[in-house]
Design a binder for this molecule. Sequence first.
Ligand SMILES: Nc1ncnc2c1ncn2[C@@H]1O[C@H](COP(=O)(O)OP(=O)(O)OP(=O)(O)O)[C@@H](O)[C@H]1O
Length: 314
Amino acid sequence: MNAVDVIRLSRRYGRGDSGNALSDLSLTIPVGEVHGLLGPNGAGKTTLCRILSTVLAPTSGTATVLGSDVVTQAAAVKRKLAVVFGGDRGLYGRLTARQNLSFWAALYGLSGRRARERVDAVLSVVGLDERAAERVDTFSRGMKQRLHLARGLVAEPPVLILDEPTAGLDPVATREFRELVRALRRGGSTILLATHDMAEATALCDRVTLLDRGEVLATEHPDDLGRLVTGHERVEADGVPPDVLADLCELPGVRAADPADDGWLRLECATTAATSAVLDVLVRAGVTRLRTGRPTLDEVYLRTYGGRGLAVRA
Ligand SMILES: Nc1ncnc2c1ncn2[C@@H]1O[C@H](COP(=O)(O)OP(=O)(O)OP(=O)(O)O)[C@@H](O)[C@H]1O
């Protein structure tokens, strides 16, 4: 059984001609996977997360979480899944961290010793045990985000949805939060991570789905997305004589030869054979300053979406 199965899901808001927020979207997330949901503003990420967490009904299609249907078995889905938001939403600033968590534990049906044990456990997991008695409105942004995660974990759901979890965090808090996500993955959690942040998706995800205007453009391992927008591989070389450049452009499978930002020549190759042929020509011509690789996820994103709603952070 998969953690998440989405089959031909569509969602339309109102009757306007703005189109579907989700169109015929299908997606499978196996148990234990960290799956990135990437796309610019308005791509449909939040709509999908809201449908999976049962707060929004689809217009058509089906979605199940560990076998339970989000429409007909919503109560079962709620026991299996938690959503962790970014920002201040849903935290009670005048209460302490422990009081916040005890409140949510009660909402999830935990009480007495079991609730206290779970609250202590999640405070320790997110590293807030020493600050548990302090009011949340005195917390830093990173501490609040860890508390959000603790809230998500208090009822031990096997599936977590993280919606822009590190938006607004400084680099240290971001790194700490990502470590927590990795630890959860090692513990067997399945995580759907909605983000605009390429670095986040590359650092954390086993696979990434690119969404645009409610449709899936691709689902791939982050390293393999480059193939979608450029050739199979890339070769970069410094000091290529003009006649050699002309030869390179004639080779079958060489899609583009352009200068990179640092002045090196960048060649996009459609096949591994083309990459080998390019390297062969360059080495024969005595060019030794060479590097190969695939486009980064940032480049994939920029080429896929252009400047639309882009929010790439370092
Ligand atoms: N309550 C609503 N009423 C009408 N249209 C909506 C509503 N919520 C979302 N939409 C529309 O649905 C589409 C998808 O929006 P959604 O919020 O799911 O995108 P997103 O990928 O989460 O974007 P962001 O990155 O900005 O959060 C957009 O065109 C948006 O305008």
